[in-house]
Design a protein around this ligand. Structure first.
Ligand SMILES: Nc1nc2c(ncn2[C@@H]2O[C@H](COP(=O)(O)OP(=O)(O)OP(=O)(O)O)[C@@H](O)[C@H]2O)c(=O)[nH]1
Ligand SMILES: [Zn+2]
Length: 194
């Protein structure tokens, strides 16, 4: 037995199909509302997850206080205005202050916020603030470079533009040297991967 809210969702998809002059009863589309529902549950699965819990699950004591940088974390999100994809990469750096976080937890937190209805600037800030809050480092920097399908597939139809946004906290905001080291690292080619 399907749940009432699942039936409601699938009926909404059928309404959208009718609105664009499709026939939801034709064979190829019969299973589509259910597939769309499952796809939405995944694409918007970030509402059910708590980034603080994810980060706090893997905190380790460390005396290292140099910059840790995760570059080129790919993500898929959707814009809150058109529900069309935002596709890009995130660069995250932080300077530990007695604690480091399990590396995989940073891309996990990126996924949590990306799998919500977003604007790029907010996604950038949310990642930075979650890391600041959970591990209280000396600083956090997040830069996102992304393509917005709502500016490519429709609307202004510009397929070559990339949007860059940043959120700088602590030392990355206050200290010019730290900030420029971060930007030069994210702009330099990664080189050989080991
Ligand atoms: N700042 C920001 N704007 C975004 C993002 N994603 C989409 N937008 C913009 O949100 C705006 C919504 O503008 P509206 O004029 O209300 O919507 P619209 O008529 O569909 O606008 P067009 O896209 O220009 O056709 C557009 O300018 C989009 O490009 C984002 O991540 N950040
Ligand atoms: Zn949009």
């Amino acid at each position: 037995m399907k749940k009432k809210e699942d039936i409601e969702f699938e009926n909404a998809v059928k309404t959208m199909m009718l609105h664009v002059n499709e026939d939801p009863t034709r064979e190829g589309l019969l299973e589509t509302p259910g597939r769309v529902r499952k796809a939405y549950e995944f694409i918007y699965g970030g509402y059910k997850e708590n980034p603080k819990e994810i980060l706090e699950k893997a905190l380790f004591t460390s005396s290292n206080d140099e910059m840790v940088l995760l570059k080129d974390i790919e993500f898929y999100s959707t814009c809150e205005h058109h529900l069309l994809p935002i596709i890009g990469r995130v660069h995250v750096a932080y300077i530990p202050d007695g604690k480091v976080v399990g590396l995989s937890k940073i891309p996990r937190v990126v996924n949590v916020f990306a799998r919500r209805m977003q604007i790029q600037e907010q996604l950038t800030e949310q990642i930075a603030d979650a890391i600041m809050e959970a591990i209280a480092p000396k600083g956090v920097a997040v830069v996102i470079q992304a393509r917005h399908m709502c500016m490519e597939m429709r609307g202004v139809e510009k397929i070559n533009s990339t949007t860059t946004s940043s959120a700088l906290r602590g030392l990355f905001k206050k200290d010019e040297k730290t900030r420029s080291e971060f930007f030069s690292l994210i702009n330099s080619p990664t080189g050989t991967r080991y």
